[in-house]
Design a protein around this ligand. Structure first.
Ligand SMILES: *Cc1c(COP(=O)(O)O)cnc(C)c1O
Length: 402
């Protein structure tokens, strides 16, 4: 097994710097002292409002609300859609903890829907669970950037009377049949946390074309009576009753973060092209190994390859652990969704003990063989070649020996 290949030494969590323009704008906010979004000089458009205006235009949504995190965007969207305490909310069994967390935050009950071995929502299980639970809302997580057949999903959801809220934490900039991810459902939630497609450390964006929902969301985000000072919000008359009926849950974005984000919108398309070049480079290598299967990506899917997933169907847990250890020794940081103990950002549904236990045999079988790897833009294409070679070496050493 000895190989002359040097270990990989790059960091899987190192993102690119904030564009100089964003650093300059952030310094101006700091010098002004006006960090709070409603603290404006006469005639000034605050950075948070400008971000909302610009992101709504980029996304192609009527309204955009900037908030404190992607998780807050989801909680606010659920509440603004009228989800109440004890109510069932459908969601993917395969996602990250902030998604069942958002459902728990509004006091609702997560009803987990199976995924397919291409990592997307199983639409037959969705229809069955919508009928069985009577849920009125689906919080659809486009987990790790994989889009289900969005046309069919919307047909199923409409037929079941289920409103769709999209979790686009991994699909900002992605599309289905040329339509942007986030523009299918009633509302869409984005994260601008460091590991996502825009980076402000923490932050979130909520978009929708539904004026009343967005007025409720704006009040929930903590707008006080200053809702008119938003960059892409509903008309003032929409707030007439909503401003009195809706509690303030303080989850605003500040001008400093917005200043960091605005110049990043302009480079998003370029980032997407570079992520996809890296994703496709690694995918091309891994595809050559007969024990490794890459999830199918249909031609309708315009994806953003900021991470890559691959499956080793039927891998035994001990072999999976040996494979992880072998890749780690080579400097390659893989995540495995089949582990019984949650680690880092990765956890599977059985470790969400605040969610009622549910039997999800199909999802469990997929997760048992699912590996995941980040592809930060600080990696070069040559880095991608080296990483892939290490994965293939580890596969030869561990999988073929098993
Ligand atoms: C990161 C993430 C979120 C929410 O992000 P935060 O901004 O960290 O709250 C939601 N869904 C998924 C799938 C995520 O990975």
């Amino acid at each position: 097994m000895a190989t002359a290949r040097p270990p990989f030494t790059g960091s899987f969590t190192q993102q690119e710097p904030i564009p100089e323009e964003g650093i300059g704008a952030a310094l101006e906010v700091l010098r002004s002292g006006r960090l709070h979004r409603y603290n404006t000089a006469p005639g000034e458009e605050p950075e948070a409002a400008a971000l909302e205006r610009e992101y709504a235009a980029w996304q192609g949504a009527d309204y955009c609300l900037a908030v404190a995190s992607g998780g807050q965007a989801m909680q606010i969207a659920l509440r603004a859609a009228g989800v109440g305490s004890g109510e069932p909310v459908l969601t993917n069994a395969f996602t990250l903890a902030p998604v069942p967390g958002a459902i728990a935050a509004v006091g609702a009950r997560a009803v987990l829907v199976e995924i397919t071995d291409d990592l997307v929502l199983d639409l037959d299980d969705l229809a069955a669970k919508a009928a069985a639970s009577g849920a009125r809302v689906l919080l659809l997580s486009h987990m790790r950037g994989h889009l289900c057949d969005m046309d069919r999903l919307m047909q199923v959801a409409d037929a079941c009377g289920v409103a769709v809220i999209e979790d686009c934490a991994h699909t900002m900039g992605a599309s289905w049949n040329g339509r942007r991810s986030g523009n299918f459902g009633r509302a869409a939630c984005f994260s601008t946390q460091t590991y996502k497609h825009l980076n402000s450390g923490e932050g979130g964006l909520l978009t929708s074309d539904d004026a009343a929902l967005m007025a409720r969301a704006t009040m929930l985000s903590g707008s006080y009576m200053l809702y008119a000072r938003h960059g892409a919000g509903p008309a003032e008359e929409v707030f007439a009753d909503i401003r009195l009926d809706t509690p303030n849950m303080s989850a605003r974005m500040d001008n400093l973060r917005a200043a960091l984000l605005r110049p990043q919108i302009a480079v998003l398309d370029d980032r997407i092209a570079r992520w996809n070049a890296r994703h496709d480079r690694v995918a091309g290598h891994l595809r050559r190994h007969n024990a490794i299967r890459l999830p199918y990506r249909p031609p309708e899917e315009g994806y953003v390859g900021s991470s890559i997933q691959f499956l080793v169907p039927g891998i035994a847990p001990a072999t999976a652990r040996a494979f992880l250890a072998d890749t780690a020794r080579r400097g390659v940081e893989l995540k495995w969704f089949g582990a019984t103990e949650p680690a880092g950002f990765t956890s599977a549904h059985p470790s969400w003990r605040y969610v009622a236990p549910q039997s999800l045999p199909r999802t469990d079988a997929v997760l048992a063989g699912l590996f995941d790897m980040r592809l930060p833009l600080t990696f070069s294409l040559e880095d991608c070649d080296l990483i892939s070679a290490h994965i293939l070496d580890a596969a030869a050493a561990v999988l073929e020996a098993a």
